[in-house]
Ligand binder design. Structure first.
Ligand SMILES: Nc1ncnc2c1ncn2[C@@H]1O[C@H](COP(=O)(O)OP(=O)(O)OP(=O)(O)O)[C@@H](O)[C@H]1O
Length: 414
């Protein structure tokens, strides 16, 4: 069995914002900057200067590691840069700086796209196709197999996704009632995993779902990671208690910077070390997001290092660390055991000599034929719309034609 360890090192991403100058601005730019920056930290000053100059730092030196058989959840407040990070990983944007390593080898975006699947935040499915047809078209496009094998693969995936009962139901959309939102998310995931990618990237797979459906989706992803050794990287908003338990590690982002990378337990310890006591019945991720400002302030003053807790200065903190260690020891595992578990996975499962040069499954001609088939299926299922559009085109063609039909083909006519 082979897995893919994905490592991102020092990823920065800036976007150019279009700032329109106020036509009746009374103050000069520098004077305005001076006023705005009055009393700000140097970092904030630099940020203000950059935003005024039309450059926005969306990601700042982001590094992380995602391991096979594990789920890495990217969490953070709205606008933290979660989607941007996933888009960069999925090859939607070019890397401006930094590297993406797969099994310790640098890969470019084309190579990474071939070994990964990317599920976007919004479902982009054909509403008039059934769940099974949608997966079948994806299978035909991505795999070079005989029809029976394709059918077999689609059927087993439908079972894995828990979609047996809606396999023949149309996807639907806002206007046409079809399968439920959670089932639609499952189909979107199925479309991206039909070719069995080693890495699966999902942008908010639970957005718009109720807590039960959200848990079912993450549960299903966990099974995929456990049974197939997939590396799963996803972003999520406000995960519940039971969902957080299913994550192997968390990447907490705020304003494009990494505030925490490690297990949820470690995040809890970090928060307690920063003097933030987790209230009862509040989940650690939710609490961390609520306390972002405090964490940022404290990290500016003293960077907290839980991995080497005994080096922390101060007797109070030393006592807290000892208490934490005792608490964890009384639980199911120790932090060392957590790190050791990851290490065992590292050593046993990562196949370093992976070949990235595999070609596409089908030729361009075959792809065009499959897409034409899908398109025509859609057209035939909307006969009324198709007929209306044809009539509309004929009528407008005749009207425009009748206006210009007597014109001569010379300068006067022109
Ligand atoms: N092309 C762009 N042009 C301008 N601003 C951008 C662009 N791309 C990202 N941003 C900004 O970068 C920040 C991060 O955006 P991103 O969509 O990655 O955040 P997010 O954490 O996924 O947010 P949410 O959870 O609300 O989806 C936002 O403030 C966004 O406005």
């Amino acid at each position: 069995m082979q897995g893919c360890e994905v490592e991102a090192v020092g990823i920065n991403y800036t976007v150019h914002t279009h700032k329109s100058e106020h036509p009746f601005k009374l103050f000069s730019k520098s004077a305005q900057l001076d006023t705005e920056q009055d009393g700000k930290e140097p970092e904030e000053e630099a940020e203000a200067e950059h935003s005024c100059s039309g450059v926005r730092h969306v990601l700042k030196n982001v590094s992380f590691q995602a391991k096979p058989w594990e789920i890495l959840a990217i969490v953070g407040p709205s606008g933290a840069g979660k989607s941007s990070l996933l888009e960069i990983l999925a090859g939607k944007h070019s890397l401006q700086s930094g590297t993406v390593l797969v099994n310790h080898k640098p890969v470019d975006k084309a190579q990474f796209r071939k070994l990964s699947g990317y599920v976007t935040q919004k479902d982009t499915l054909f509403p008039l196709l059934t769940a099974e047809e949608t997966l079948m078209f994806s299978a035909k496009l991505r795999l070079k197999l005989f029809k029976e094998e394709l059918c077999c693969r689609v059927k087993s995936l439908i079972k894995e996704l828990g979609l047996d009962h809606v396999a023949d139901t149309r996807i639907g959309d806002d206007r046409v009632r079809g399968i439920s939102g959670g089932e639609r998310r499952r189909v979107s995931i199925g479309v991206e995993v039909i070719h069995d990618p080693k890495v699966l990237i999902l942008d908010e797979p639970t957005s718009g779902l109720d807590s039960t459906s959200a848990l079912q989706i993450i549960d299903m992803l966990k099974v995929m990671a456990d049974t197939r050794g997939r590396t799963i990287i996803l972003s999520i908003h406000q995960p519940g208690f039971r969902i957080v338990k299913l994550f192997s590690s968390l990447l907490l982002l705020a304003n494009g910077s990494v505030l925490h990378h490690g297990t949820a337990e470690l995040l809890g310890v970090n928060l307690r070390l920063s003097g933030l006591e987790l209230p009862l019945h509040v989940n650690v991720v939710e609490f961390a997001i609520e306390s972002i400002d405090t964490i940022q302030q404290q990290q500016k003053c003293v960077p907290v290092q839980v991995e080497t807790p005994r080096q922390l200065p101060g007797t109070m903190q030393q006592k807290k660390v000892d208490d934490e260690a005792g608490e964890i020891r009384n639980g199911k595992f120790t932090l060392q055991q957590l790190f050791q578990q990851s290490k065992v996975i590292d050593e046993e499962t990562i196949y370093v000599g992976m070949d990235f040069t595999s070609d596409f499954a089908n030729s361009r001609l075959t792809e065009t034929m499959i897409l034409t088939h899908r398109f025509s299926k859609n057209i035939f299922r909307t006969k009324e719309l198709f007929a209306c559009r044809t009539i509309q085109m004929l009528v407008s063609g005749l009207v425009v034609g009748s206006i210009f039909c007597n014109l001569k083909d010379d300068l006067e006519g022109a």
